[in-house]
Design a protein around this ligand. Structure first.
Ligand SMILES: [Zn+2]
Ligand SMILES: [Zn+2]
Length: 326
């Protein structure tokens, strides 16, 4: 399914199977999740895609070809392909272990072709080996929603116990299960009056759920925001205790209203989270190997991509939308 021009529907095309170069794997795609970032690419909010483009960066597939310099993979291995598809290894960020901020990064399904297709190629160094258990379509959302949630979670102090999550969709429902298994208490904030999302949060293990206008029953140690509403930043700052961290989890937010310095005082902090490092991925998949994570998905055939995108855009998907190829 090809994006030929932004702000247009994807077009179904028959293309040749790509050939892997020396550093790449050829992958038969089994499933690919649809992420909000895909909507931003299609809608033109993200302005520099490769065109024409095959979108999709939550890819689960099977290795069917191996470039001659690739080591560590065998045919039929199950792999996951995330958003970060290549980094330069040479810029100051790569050298500082912050390859998520690489000046020359390439992004799957944005500046290189992604997974809304039967086959794709990917730089083997940026693929993650998955277990057979993770070869199910339900694993696809782990590759972006799961990873960005996990990177956001890694940003907060390990001793934080009571954590607020603002916006309860794909990322939040995965992260809640991990955090609860690690002994954290999750306080979920949803859109005001969104009883369905509040019930969903409680079902995933949150100890408390309410609209974003509500006040948590105690001062939170940290907050992670997955919703795009800038006004949640001052709200979360008011909800956290001294030294509380407010993490903006990989989303582009609307303008932040000005706020009194009082709510930042006492070493509270606000920070954004961008992309992921390979270390995030390795740590994430090692962690969830011991914690069975259930993902709530709605499955669509590849050719239904435009329909699935429309449903996601209008907020009619509970959990995550996933395209399957067989
Ligand atoms: Zn770099
Ligand atoms: Zn994504």
């Amino acid at each position: 399914m090809v994006l030929e021009k932004q702000q247009q529907h994807l077009v179904h095309k028959i293309l040749p199977v790509p050939a892997p170069d020396a550093s790449q794997l050829l992958i038969k795609v089994m499933a690919c999740g649809i992420c909000r970032t895909d909507l931003h690419i299609i809608d033109g909010d993200l302005t520099s895609p490769k065109l024409p483009l095959i979108p999709g960066h939550e890819i689960v597939g099977k290795v069917t070809g191996i470039g001659k310099h690739v080591t560590g993979y065998a045919l039929n291995d199950i792999v996951g392909i995330p958003w970060v598809g290549h980094t330069c290894g040479k810029c100051k960020f790569c050298k500082a272990g912050k390859e998520n901020l690489c000046d020359n990064a390439l992004f799957t399904g944005y500046t290189i072709d992604g997974g809304f297709a039967e086959y794709t190629v990917a730089d083997a160094r940026f693929c993650f080996p998955l277990s057979l258990e993770q070869s199910k379509p339900g694993a696809a959302p782990l590759l972006c929603a799961g990873l960005i949630g996990y990177r956001s979670y890694r940003m907060i102090n390990k001793d934080a116990r009571n954590i607020g999550i603002y916006g309860f969709g794909a990322a939040a429902h995965i992260l809640t299960q991990i955090a609860v298994a690690q002994g954290k208490s999750i306080y979920a904030f949803t859109r005001e009056g969104d009883k369905a999302s509040q019930a969903f949060a409680l079902k995933m293990g949150a100890c408390w759920a309410a609209g974003s206008d509500a006040v948590a029953p105690l001062k939170l140690d940290a907050a992670i925001i997955f919703a795009a509403a800038g006004e949640l930043i001052p709200k979360a700052l008011r909800d956290v205790d001294k030294a509380g961290e407010v993490i903006c989890g990989g989303i582009h937010m609307s303008p932040i209203p000005s706020f009194s310095y009082d709510i930042l005082w006492q070493e509270r902090c606000v920070r954004s989270v961008a992309n992921l490092t390979r270390d995030d991925g390795l740590s994430f998949f090692k962690t969830i190997d011991k914690i069975p994570v259930h993902t709530e998905t709605e499955i669509f055939e590849l050719r239904q991509a435009n329909h699935a995108i429309e449903k996601l855009r209008s907020g009619r998907i509970n959990g995550a939308a996933v395209l399957v190829m067989d």
